[in-house]
Design a protein around this ligand. Sequence first.
Ligand code: TPP
Length: 324
Amino acid sequence: MKMQGIDRKTFIWLFETMLKIRMVEEKIIELYPDQEIKCPVHLCIGQEAIAAGVCANLKKTDYVFSNHRGHGHYIANGGDLNEFMAELYGRVTGCSKGKGGSMHLADTKNGFMGSSAIVGGGIPIAVGAAMGSVMQEQKRISVVFFGDGATDEGTFNESLNFAALKKLPVVFVCENNFYATNSPASARQALDNIYKKGLPYGIPGIKIDGNDVGEVFEAARVAVERAKNNKGPSLLECRTYRWKGHVGPDCDFETGCRPRGELDRWLKKCPIERFRKSILKEGILSIRDIGDIKESLGREIEKAVSFAKSSSFPKKEGLLEDVY
Ligand SMILES: Cc1ncc(C[n+]2csc(CCOP(=O)(O)OP(=O)(O)O)c2C)c(N)n1
């Protein structure tokens, strides 16, 4: 586990954030059968290190764009948990006023400009935001999270080209979990080389173990620094695996969509368990401290669920408000 250059406070923040993402999603899995959460949920359990490692390097003023698998990004970027749960429950107190659901989270006060279900859709928008930032002489950088499936889209290449041409402050973060819905990357891409896809445009790329939060943190630090110093965009390919199915709480091997053995191999590379071991070994936290963190997160999550359930649904009359 790569841990050099990370201070104690950041270590603890990274651990708490990854655990928070995991525990929130485990809660969603528990509650989903009640059928009160009506929206589809694309869970990111297994991919927590990427959201935490990247967002740890960002300021509230930076722009973040996300995709349909965006719970971790919203949480790691400091999104309010009550508003998150309320959004999943379709309540008016939700971060998108209950009209977006899990795939359309937004938290603009923290620079989280929104997630979208259009695969690859966030990529050109992030480039546009970076361009706006440069034109307005702001020091805001733009970060966009997307899956390996999004790199199959033409918009990915067009956006990379334009960002490179204009030397825009963008960090492209690909969470390569090797599947787009049920289609494995090997059935869609001739080469296994997403990190190299910016090279023809002059964008440096790096292949990272996306389950090693230290490695993600360090690569993101370098990319963010580069963007801030007007050196242009970077592409991070973070290799990981989603433990759950494409959508919903099942695992997808039940329906034959992917092999059980593959999931089992990745379960052994749990990003949180790996980090927990390092944290204990380094003496940064004790088992007791970790227990306390879990307890406090559990309370916070329960409160958010109660907040969501006790909030009202949006009114019918407001159906066409906030529609762009
Ligand atoms: C433009 C577009 N094409 C297709 C879809 C249907 N769709 C939804 S998610 C998805 C797969 C996305 O895979 P990836 O980008 O790798 O992200 P992951 O789900 O693996 O995190 C597809 C094809 C869509 N929502 N938008």
